[in-house]
Design a protein. Structure first.
Length: 372
């Protein structure tokens, strides 16, 4: 009898099953008998082989899925590396827009040309350091104050070619309001030095010759008819410490300061320069005012002694004789007026500081001109 040993693997089980099938077909009795006795063992082996095949197929399917998953991960990694998402890229940082350079000829451009230094002490300053108040530096026969009133007031009433009796400041540049000026009335209109004389003193003018200080004090470029109250609140402030309440005039006001300081070489502090720049940046096309025709050094007025002294002509005399002594007329003195009414009655008004009869009590606005 042919006796088969149990299958040890799935392949052997398949071969055994095929052999048994062939033997049955032949009708061999011996083999059939043996196969019958081993039928149960063969069935068990077949089931084991089927299970092994199913397990191998499951493993193949799992391997295929694992391989597909690995390929998918690799492809995703390649896409992520080649095209990173926006979240992995740092957000762009906004940079401020470049500031356009100031146009040549503008007040803003002129600020950069001003000298920047610290403020010097006010030691030694007085209004007299800038010469006779409202001196007729342009030699037109009118004092500077009346020149400015005639320039800035409307609807003027004149006493003569020089003297302004009334007029309207419309509008006042510092407040934007309309102000009526009447000579001898309430002092509501001042002639302001756009660059205050005290400010100029602390920023270079203390070392100037007297003629240059006199020129600055009477230069029309630096003078403006304005509301008296606003002018007095300004004091000797610069752009960093005072600006006109009328905001629409600030660009023009600062442009005038830049023009005056540039013309005379008055320096600015760093804070003042920055304030000028801030204001003029809001009006970058504001033109720098021209320097005007006034010179930066004015001829000084003659003293009362010089005005009173008559030319001395030597009388014919023998050669041996000593020349006659020159007599200089003493300055007028002893002239006194109780009030402006008395001065006007005497035909002396207005009286300039230094002239006979001048007194501070008659000069209500302390501008150097009494009984205006």
């Amino acid at each position: 009898m042919l006796k088969l040993k149990p299958a040890s693997s799935a392949l052997e089980a398949v071969l055994i099953a095929a052999l048994l099938t062939g033997c049955q077909g032949d009708g061999t009795e011996a083999v059939s008998a043996t196969a019958g006795s081993d039928a149960q063992s063969t069935a068990d082996s077949q089931r084991t082989a089927d299970s092994a095949v199913d397990a191998a197929a499951a493993l193949d399917r799992a391997a295929a899925k694992a391989e597909a998953a690995a390929q998918s991960v690799a492809a995703t990694a390649r896409r992520t590396t080649a095209a990173p998402t926006l979240t992995s890229r740092p957000a762009p940082v906004a940079t401020p827009a470049a500031v356009a350079p100031a146009r040549r000829g503008t007040a803003l451009a002129a600020v950069a040309a001003l000298t920047v230094r610290g403020r010097a002490p006010k030691t030694g300053y007085s209004r007299d350091q800038f010469g006779q108040a409202w001196f007729d530096t342009n030699r037109n026969g009118c004092d500077t104050r009346n020149d400015m009133l005639a320039r800035d007031l409307r609807s003027r009433q004149m006493k003569n070619a020089c003297k302004v009796l009334a007029g309207t400041l419309a509008p006042d540049p510092y407040t934007g309001t309309s102000i009526r000026f009447v000579y001898g009335g309430a002092s509501e209109v001042d002639i302001d030095h756009v660059v205050a004389l005290s400010d100029a003193w602390q920023k270079g003018a203390a070392r100037w010759p007297a003629g240059k200080r006199l020129a600055l004090a009477n230069d029309p470029l630096n003078l403006l008819a304005v509301d008296a109250s606003a002018n007095r609140s300004k004091g000797d402030g610069d752009t960093a410490t005072w600006l006109p309440p009328n905001k629409s005039y600030r660009c023009t006001y600062v442009a005038k300061q830049v023009a005056v300081k540039g013309k005379y070489g008055v320096w600015v502090t760093a804070a003042e320069r920055d304030a000028m720049t801030r204001v003029l940046t809001t009006c970058p096309t504001m033109a720098l005012p021209g320097p005007g025709s006034a010179p930066t050094v004015a001829a000084l007025p003659r003293s009362p002694v010089q005005r009173a002294a008559a030319p001395v002509q030597a009388a014919p005399a023998p050669v041996q004789a000593a020349p006659a002594p020159v007599k200089v007329a003493p300055p007028a003195s002893g002239v006194y007026y109780d009030n402006c009414t008395a001065a006007r009655a005497a035909g002396a008004a207005p009286i300039m500081r230094g002239e006979p009869g001048y007194a501070s009590k008659l000069d209500r606005d302390h501008d150097g001109i009494a009984c205006e």
